[in-house]
Design a protein around this ligand. Structure first.
Ligand code: SER
Length: 566
């Protein structure tokens, strides 16, 4: 039986033989990328190169990238969703395209790994108003010997890939393109479809019944979203990603990913410690096995559990484990995890005692559990869902906000922007820096985040990471964008919300800042969405007009811009 480690080695070697350079995976927490908390795909650290910047290792790259996808956290417990996984990835940065990619990946799966051809299905993009049907990929699949009945066509929801989703969901500046997925068929005899909630529908590769498992996706990244719609990138790229865990499950010919050598040793250990059988404890054991693996990986990358940002995610993962098993010390020898579990155990026991007395959960009680016993909201939700009760989230939020207003600690840690005073000029300039940041991101890319800000009545100073000064065209584009938004008279509003929820909204924030547990997110019309605690005008019209006076390069990779009100 081929192991997951062997699959990974074979994949890297296969593409290395075909001219690819094996690159080191990026850390799970990417510096200077405020768009997501964690690395969630192999392409994420490569965005600048997919957009045209030359990569030191050439135009063909391959790696195995650890990734975290928190959006799947509620699905963990079924046979194929996890928060943490390893993504095998290969890329063409403006080099080879569809023909080579589809032929190679087919060869890898069917010859190198010997997955049976008749169990593999593929999908291609059926086209929409803007981008035509991907007939080329279809032709290539047919030429490779894939049967017509094994090729399916889907629209933007399934066969378009960008980090934000369909073309209309992509923000300006984001890249993406049509893709072609490969699915493994675990077979009719398993009766997965007939036993599922989808039994009344016709089964197909993208059906959710679990009969088919997506094991790889070749994205043809050739578009960038602009204000006008989709624009062709200067180069046509390939971005392949395939989950190592899923490919290994296909090789196992068992749709339960937790039966692979990646998770099974942990499951066996859990059976031994608890004296319970996996078959009776599937959901709990799967959650423990996944969250443990994710936590170990995050800790290896230097994170410690805390109440801030990434550390809080780690804390939540570990706390969820604590609610599922008593003898946790026997499942890991990771000191950080054991310490966190121990610390939480005391609160957990007290909190659980409280819970046992609760007849009907309210938002207020959920808040109390959070505040007094450190129960993350979703834990409380989960515990009460098991009792058939739902937490009123709106009420929880109100409690949260009310409490924070009272204690006046509202996002006090957020804003360290060096504001000299709250004079009208400073307030206008500060609001203008939100527009400046959003415009810089639209013109230069999402790597632009705030590295420093200093405002006095006469001017604002704003630092951000970028390799070189802006040219005249870019400078003008940014300035015009800012002033156009000012003229549009957009409302400036804010919402107070728990930090992790705010992060999920995609609001811009800086990683290195220390945020309070509750933050304010400022929204300027449809243009900007940013964590902030500072004073703002109510409508962009009040700002007047902004001129960029000067820019300079300070230190390595940081550009400083001075802007004034005119
Ligand atoms: N970016 C694509 C994905 O994440 C393929 O690598 O699925």
């Amino acid at each position: 039986m081929i192991t997951s480690d062997q699959v990974r080695e074979k994949y890297l070697k296969f593409f290395e033989k075909r001219g690819h350079k094996i690159i080191n995976p990026a850390p799970l927490v990417l510096e200077n990328d405020p768009t997501t908390l964690f690395t969630s795909s192999g392409m994420q650290p490569l965005v600048p190169y997919l957009m045209g910047e030359p990569h030191n290792d050439g135009k063909r790259l391959v790696d195995s990238q650890p990734a975290i996808r928190l959006q799947d956290i509620d699905e963990v417990g079924d046979n194929r969703h996890t928060t943490y996984f390893k993504m095998l990835g290969n890329w063409s940065l403006g080099d080879y395209f569809k023909k080579e990619q589809l032929s190679w990946i087919w060869e890898f799966l069917t010859k190198e790994l010997r997955l049976p051809k008749e169990k593999l299905y593929v999908s291609v993009f059926e086209g929409d108003g803007l981008v035509p049907k991907d007939l080329e990929s279809k032709r290539i699949w047919l030429d490779l010997g894939v049967g017509e009945n094994q090729i399916f066509e889907y629209g933007v929801k399934k066969n378009w890939w960008s980090r934000s989703g369909t073309p209309s969901q992509m923000p300006v500046g984001e890249i993406g393109g049509p893709d072609s997925e490969i699915f493994f068929d675990f077979g009719d005899d398993l009766k997965l479809h007939e036993n599922s909630q989808w039994k009344d529908e016709v089964c197909h590769p993208n059906c959710d019944c679990g009969r088919f498992l997506e094991i790889g996706n070749s994205v043809f990244i050739q578009y960038k979203k602009t204000d006008m719609g989709l624009e062709e990138l200067p180069q046509r790229n390939v971005d392949f990603g395939g989950g190592l865990e899923r490919i290994t499950a296909a090789l196992n010919n068992d749709p339960d990913m937790f039966k692979t050598d990646i998770y099974w040793p942990t499951i066996e250990k859990l059976e031994k410690i608890t004296g319970k059988q996996y078959d009776d404890q599937r959901k709990n054991f799967r959650i423990i096995a996944d969250h443990l693996r994710a936590s170990e990986a995050l800790i290896k990358d230097g994170l410690v559990p805390s109440n801030k940002m990434h550390g809080y995610v780690l804390r939540r993962l570990i706390r969820r484990i604590a609610t599922k098993i008593d003898d946790f010390e026997k499942i890991t020898d990771n000191r950080v995890i054991i310490e966190e579990l121990k610390k939480f155990k005391v609160s957990l026991d007290k909190g659980l005692k409280e819970i046992s007395k609760v007849e009907k959960i309210t938002g207020k009680i959920a808040f109390n559990l959070y505040q007094s016993y450190g129960f993350p909201l979703e834990l409380t939700v989960e515990l009460f869902r098991e009792k058939g009760q739902e937490v009123n989230l709106e009420e929880f939020r109100k409690e949260f906000e009310g409490h924070k207003e009272k204690s006046r600690s509202l996002s006090s840690g957020v804003f360290k922007g060096g504001l000299a005073d709250h004079s009208p000029e400073v307030v206008k300039l500060h609001t203008a820096t939100h527009l400046l940041l959003a415009s810089l991101r639209k013109v230069l890319g999402p790597h632009v985040i705030q590295k420093g800000q200093n405002i006095i009545k006469e001017r604002c100073r704003f630092d951000f990471p970028h390799t070189q000064k802006l040219d005249q065209v870019q400078l003008k584009e940014v300035e015009d964008m800012v002033n156009n938004v000012i003229k549009r008279g957009l409302p400036v509003s804010y919402k107070v919300m728990p930090k992790d929820e705010a992060i999920k909204t995609g609001a811009i924030h800086a990683f290195n800042e220390k945020y309070a547990d509750t933050v304010k997110v400022y929204t300027i019309g449809d243009f900007s969405n940013e964590f902030c605690g500072g004073p703002h005008v109510e409508n962009t019209k009040e700002i007047g007009h902004v001129t960029i006076k000067k820019q300079e390069k300070i230190g390595s990779g940081i550009i400083r811009i001075y802007a004034v009100l005119t």
